[in-house]
Design a protein around this ligand. Structure first.
Ligand code: ASP
Ligand code: MG
Length: 405
């Protein structure tokens, strides 16, 4: 029998009624003759509430205990869903990440999956049962419970789909798919029928919040087709698949934006080999994820280096950069929390010249200044003032013909 993995996010299992609706859908999928493995997130805002509770109780919050706490959220969902399925006569059985054989490294709160054993899931399927797995969690080689980082249930679902050789992995959420832009900002945004893994990676990395980046990487590497759809309307959503000729080759597929980063500039860096290396090594050693980097041309033996970091890491990064600047005789360290990124993503860019020019002209016409630029073969990103980013997204969406009716 064909196997499908169905993952339900926090809003999809947000209350008792939602859980019964999900059970109904799982039961229907079974009746249509498919095997199903279900992955659930914690109900609603449970994970946020547990984190708040941890902060209220403790300033230390040992990561091992934080993981023990957070994994309880998904346990609640999986047990309740199995109960709702029992009412419908579906023989379902819940498994924690550990019971499902999801083996991770021991980096608590951001563990990486090393291996999926999945024996118990295979056994349950062979017995005609529906395994319901707690997302976002696993067990380390030291036998401690771990979590995969926020939004990690997507990754659980894709990892299980790969290990169990499922035909596809359905990600149920509160939006109906992947859109040409955030519909809250661009009412004329359209849902995409299909996007390639490469485009989806760029969309996730540049601010599209529908899928966690790591889950898309995993799906691409293991050739797992993803179907992002709504558990509120159940209508077909967006397929994320291997790129092929039949894909509609729009030059630009989506306009994304990201307001979660901040910019740091180190001025007057002596223009010598090894100084940029030291700066970025210092940040990397503290797990700061640097995104865009711009170094201007040397002027009288010094350069300015600007880069972006997650805003949550701004203070740490400024401190680290400041200490290094003093040590190497650089100028000042300037912090700017008022930036945002706007990006164009599209596989068609590879073969169409002039996309950057049109992007820059569109921003210029809006009077929006570009502070930094970076590109990949299928993405162009500009850093602009945060308060102008929505205007930028709207103008670009229109300029590249993405507006629907
Ligand atoms: N419950 C976890 C979170 O909120 C994992 C997930 O939802 O995917 O981050
Ligand atoms: Mg969630």
């Amino acid at each position: 029998m064909a196997l499908v993995v169905q993952k339900f996010g926090g809003t999809s299992v947000g209350d008792a009624e939602r859980i019964r609706a999900v059970a109904d859908h799982v039961a229907r999928t079974r009746r249509q003759g498919q095997d199903v493995v279900v992955v659930v997130s914690a109900m609603g805002k449970t994970t946020d509430e547990l984190l708040r509770l941890a902060s209220d109780v403790s300033g230390t919050r040992p990561p091992r205990e934080l993981d023990m706490l957070l994994t309880s959220g998904e346990r609640v969902s999986m047990a309740l869903l199995c109960m709702a399925l029992a009412d419908l006569g579906v023989d379902a059985v819940s498994f924690t990440g550990s019971q499902a054989g999801i083996i991770t490294d021991s980096a608590h709160t951001r563990a990486k999956i090393l291996e999926v054993r999945g024996d118990r899931l295979r056994e349950a399927l062979a017995e005609g049962r529906v395994p319901v797995v707690a997302g976002f969690q696993g067990v380390s080689a030291d036998r401690d419970v771990t979590t995969l980082g926020r939004g990690g249930s997507d990754t659980t679902a894709v990892a299980l789909a790969a290990a169990l050789e499922a035909e596809s992995c359905e990600i149920y959420t509160d939006v109906t798919g992947v859109f040409t832009a955030d519909p809250r900002i661009v009412p004329k945004a359209r849902r995409l029928g299909r996007v390639s893994f490469e485009e989806m990676l760029e969309i996730s990395a540049s601010g599209g919040r529908v899928l966690v980046l790591r889950s898309v990487e995993f799906a691409r590497n293991h050739h797992v087709p993803l179907h992002v759809r709504s558990s509120f309307t159940w209508e077909p959503g967006t397929w994320v698949v291997e790129e092929d000729e039949s894909m509609e080759q729009a030059v630009v597929t989506a306009v994304t934006h990201d307001t979660s980063e901040a910019k740091i500039t180190v001025t007057g860096v002596p223009d010598r080999p090894g100084l940029a290396a030291r700066l970025f090594r210092t940040l990397a050693d503290r797990s700061v994820n640097v995104d865009m980097i711009v170094q201007n041309t040397s002027h009288e033996g010094t350069t300015d280096i600007s880069f972006t970091v997650p805003r949550v890491d701004l203070d740490t990064s400024v401190q680290l950069a400041g200490a290094l600047a003093t040590e190497i005789g650089a100028g000042e360290v300037l912090a700017d929390a008022g930036i945002a990124k706007v990006s164009l993503v599209g596989a068609g860019m590879r073969s169409h010249p002039g996309i950057s020019a049109t992007m820059f002209e569109t921003l210029a016409d809006e009077g929006i200044n570009i502070e930094m630029i970076s590109t990949s073969s299928i993405r162009i990103t500009c850093v602009v003032r945060a308060d102008l980013v929505e205007q930028a997204v709207q103008a670009l969406h229109t300029a590249f013909g993405l507006d629907g009716t």
